[in-house]
Design a protein around this ligand. Structure first.
Ligand code: 3PG
Ligand code: MG
Length: 399
């Protein structure tokens, strides 16, 4: 890869220099308390930040959180993230209450060597996500003024053509951070020459989000296992009734076409857990996929499906998994996701977990993270990488 890395930057010496780090600290927050419910993305960026701190840089971190609409919105403040980051680093993080305003300017100016600042949410500024090059560029100018060098460690956001991801690296000496480097190394082995059998498990709610990756993966994979909310559109495409389950009607024809062209590589559930309602305490049963009652909705894959998918996974040498098999946040509908996750850890394979939700599921279900080969911090980003798309954030580092 023709990309300069953090080690190249460290070799130049960063002591006393301001290094602007784009991180993806877009962590899930508890709806009730606002507390960080999974800090995996914060921990993932520690190797890069730790190395810069140790080398005596003035470290200026920036990130987005959620999808605020280009103006400050307190529910999306990075303030709790600054606190958690400080705990993990073992040193306070200086938090700026704006992104490029007075607070940011004085926070950055006051940094001592080896100290870390976090700017407020990038998406509080319309310039960050603007489609207008000039508007994005103007914001990128303001951000770039805070650094003598730029490190991209925001793998989860490399598929976004946003100011902090795409335009800032055009304005500063730029390198890939440790996380971005590791993610790209791992994902490139999946696209280049995966050891076979190569089995992909896809779940999650929306087929429309996954169509492009299914198209791209079909020629490459040996097996494609489909569960999660998206499986019902495929089951419908097979002519089955899916009750009140999640269904993307306008995708049925596309799914039928994919099934026809898949040479039998696609495996769908044979049984599902159906419930009266989308609720943790809803009455539920396991039924065969040809017996889904018209008034009930599927919220998980059933035990026979788990057994079948697990058998396919047991002989795999390479596994990629994106998307939960059911509503794992509700214990009654978590068995499918847990079963598949366990089958992946038992396989004698190099396994990659892609995506915020599946990574969060691994941790929420108390599974041992170290029994997976790699847990990606990027959902959309890892899928777009596997689709073979050009990722703006990576392209910007290559220039
Ligand atoms: C994510 O969580 O997918 C990344 O942080 C990117 O966020 P976005 O989908 O809102 O751009
Ligand atoms: Mg996303």
């Amino acid at each position: 890869m023709s990309i300069r890395t953090l080690d190249d930057l460290l070799a130049e010496g960063v002591s006393g220099r301001r290094v602007l780090v784009r991180a993806d600290l877009n962590v899930p927050l508890d709806k009730q308390s606002g507390a960080i419910s999974d800090d995996g993305r914060i921990r993932a960026v520690l190797p890069t930040l730790g190395a810069l701190v140790e080398a005596g840089a003035k470290v200026v971190v920036c990130s987005h959180l959620g999808r605020p609409k280009g103006a400050p919105d307190p529910q999306f403040s990075l303030s709790p993230v600054a606190e958690r980051l400080g705990e993990l680093l073992g040193a306070p993080v200086h938090f700026a209450t704006d992104t490029v305003g007075d607070s940011a300017r004085s926070t950055v100016a006051d940094l001592a060597d080896g100290q870390v600042a976090l700017l407020e949410n990038l998406r509080f500024n319309a310039g960050e996500t603007s489609k207008d090059e000039a508007e994005r560029g103007a914001f990128a100018d303001q951000l770039a003024a805070f650094g003598d060098a730029y490190v991209d460690d925001a793998f989860g956001a490399v598929h976004r053509k946003h100011a902090s991801v795409f335009d800032v690296p055009a304005r500063l000496p730029h390198v890939a951070g440790r996380l971005v480097l590791r993610e790209v190394e791992v994902l490139s082995t999946l696209t280049a020459d995966p050891e076979r059998p190569y089995v992909v498990v896809l779940g999650g709610s929306k087929v429309s989000d996954k169509l492009a990756v299914i198209e791209a993966l079909l020629p490459t994979v040996d097996r494609l296992l489909i569960g999660g909310g998206m499986c019902f559109t495929f089951l419908k495409a097979q002519g089955l009734e899916v009750g009140t389950s999640l269904l993307e009607k306008d995708m049925v024809e596309t799914c039928r076409n994919l099934l026809e062209r898949s040479n039998g590589k696609i495996m769908l559930p044979v049984d599902v857990v159906v419930a009266d309602a989308f609720a943790p305490d809803a009455a539920h049963d396991t039924v065969r996929v040809d017996g889904i009652p018209s008034h009930r909705l599927g919220l998980d894959v059933g035990p026979e499906t788990v057994a079948g998918f697990s058998a396919a996974l047991s002989s795999a040498k390479t596994i990629f998994w994106n998307g939960p098999m059911g509503v794992f946040e509700m214990p009654a509908f978590a068995a499918g996701t847990r079963g598949i996750a366990e089958a992946i850890t038992k396989a004698d394979a190099f396994s990659v977990v892609g995506g915020g939700d599946s990574a969060a599921a691994v941790r929420a279900l108390g599974l041992d993270e170290s029994s997976f080969g790699h847990i990606s911090t990027g959902g959309g980003a890892s899928l777009e990488y596997l689709e073979g798309k050009t990722l703006p954030g990576i392209a910007a580092l290559e220039n």
